[in-house]
Design a protein. Structure first.
Length: 508
């Protein structure tokens, strides 16, 4: 391993910055901002469908365009933070995130909503890499850094609980756009307090920000993920294959260029570290396998089981509780046992929990669903916290932004691919349901469309339509969770072998 990839020096490690825990409290607000926004969209989806009347394809775009854009920009924004200052880019990004949330709230058409979500992805790309990079620079002691990463991850998990509950309350009392406006007070506190509390940090010798590399990264990521989405939805066509080839070529050029630049946008030597590469791969596969459940669970709870928005939000709470608890214990567990045991065990637990959900139907009781969500949260909390710690401890602090961006890119790329592939499985199965005579075409686009269509039909036809549509949706969700379970179990096996002999630092 080259010297550029060695952990921090002893001198760096024994330095404990005053006020670092207060600064961490500001950073977790940014994490909370992103986590809440990601979860409230799922709850609001039925209302967006009813109001904006998107097609099935547009609904998927509303769900995944944020991930497309953020995946394409994370590496560039992480590198930009290394160059211009992580505090600066975090505060600018948080301000933009809040402002664009207003555009999301007041979108009047599916097209405008897709655009608003894309712009939010641009702002969101600045936040997560900056928070992890600042943690790397605030906490030099390995045990303290593990705890800080655990708190960072636990806050993200808490946000996934706060989002549905707050969103459910707002949806029961206000219009769907209100769920996006809850970003504004969090953003305001983050910016006002962050200006005073956060220290600035950046790479002292960053080199220029290569715009060609930025363009190649953005084009490559978006084109490749778009091609996967279109292929999953409509099969392999000349157009989707062409776009996929463009994306692959752009990413190949990006990698070649990074290997030749004296100060690359992304140091490809990071991937020589097996622990770093394994942690990134584990994150990508985990989110890919979970995305189908995460995106469609709120629709299942509300439109299939008839729960109110707040009740649906509370029903998802066990996953967040499990993830918060596991995140705070993950570092200690990884040091007592081993990194690969905790990561592989967590992934296997998530995979088995998803497998148990393949038997759900319209009337599945909450004990099974709640228990499965709790196990999903615990497994994901252990896995994500330890992989984040591995990634941060594998690089020097000057490259913390780029390394964090790679980690978050894997997360967002996994989310985009998961929604594209697993979401298309659900949509493909759903569209084939047979409704009663007079069923409008819009009912086959989404379950929300079927519920709306049923409201204007005679009682007997309405009941038949809803029963058929709901059963088709559940069948699609069952297949998606089965595929997700297979992905998670495969990821657990890969992590067991790739993370062999990987250890978290105990001291400087």
């Amino acid at each position: 391993m080259t010297s550029t990839l060695r952990p921090a020096s002893t001198t760096e490690a024994v330095t404990k910055r005053p006020g670092r825990w207060l600064a961490l409290s500001v950073l977790v607000l940014a994490v909370l901002l992103v986590a809440v926004d990601a979860t409230v969209l799922g709850l609001a989806t039925p209302y967006i469908s009813e109001d904006l009347k998107p097609s099935g394809t547009q609904l998927l775009w509303i769900g995944d365009v944020y991930s497309f854009v953020i995946a394409g920009l994370l590496v560039s924004m992480g590198s930009l933070g290394d160059r211009v200052g992580r505090k600066r880019i975090l505060l600018v990004g948080a301000t933009a995130f809040g402002a664009i949330s207003v555009l999301n709230a007041y979108a009047t058409s599916p097209e405008l909503m897709i655009l608003a979500r894309a712009l939010l992805g641009v702002a969101g790309a600045t936040l997560m890499p900056a928070t992890l990079a600042l943690i790397r620079n605030l906490f030099h002691d390995p045990r303290e850094r593990s705890l800080a990463v655990g708190i960072w991850g636990a806050t993200a998990s808490a946000g996934t609980a706060i989002g549905p509950i707050a969103g459910g309350f707002l949806l029961e009392h206000f219009w769907w756009g209100s769920v996006f406006l809850i970003n504004l007070p969090v953003m305001a506190v983050l910016v006002v307090v962050g200006v005073k509390m956060l220290p600035e940090s950046k790479n002292p010798n960053p080199g220029p920000w290569d715009m060609l590399s930025v363009t190649l990264s953005l084009v490559g990521m978006i084109a490749l993920v778009y091609a996967v989405k279109e292929t999953a939805s409509h099969g392999a066509t000349g157009g989707s294959l062409g776009v996929g080839l463009v994306g692959a070529a752009a990413l190949f050029w990006f990698v070649r260029r990074q290997l030749t630049l004296p100060t690359p946008l992304l140091d490809m030597r990071l991937f020589r570290n097996r622990g770093f590469s394994a942690a990134v791969l584990a994150d990508l596969l985990t989110i890919l396998g979970l995305s189908g459940l995460v995106f469609f669970l709120s629709q299942y709870l509300q439109l299939v089981q008839g729960r109110r928005p707040l009740e649906a939000g509370l029903a998802e709470l066990p996953a967040a509780i499990g993830a918060v608890a596991a995140g705070l214990l993950a570092g200690r567990a990884a040091r007592r046992y081993s990194v690969r045991s905790v990561v592989a065990g967590g992934l296997a637990a998530v995979g088995l929990a998803l497998a148990s959900l393949t038997v759900i139907d319209q009337s599945t009781g909450y004990p099974l669903l709640g228990a499965a969500l709790l196990v999903v949260g615990i497994g994901a909390g252990f896995s994500f916290t330890v992989t984040a710690d591995v990634i941060l401890s594998s690089v020097p602090k000057e490259q913390a932004g780029s390394a964090s961006a790679v980690s978050e890119t894997a997360y967002e790329l996994g989310a985009a691919l998961g929604i594209a592939v697993l979401g298309s499985v659900v949509t493909g199965v759903y569209r084939d349901f047979t409704g009663p005579a007079g069923t409008p075409d819009g009912a086959h686009e989404s379950l929300g469309g079927a519920v709306e269509a049923a409201a204007g039909m005679p009682a007997q036809q309405s009941a038949a339509l809803l029963d058929s549509a709901r059963q088709a949706f559940v069948d699609g969700l069952s297949r998606a969770t089965g595929l997700g379970a297979a992905v998670l179990l495969a990821a657990a096996v890969a992590a067991w072998f790739m993370l062999k002999e990987q250890r978290l630092e105990n001291a400087a």
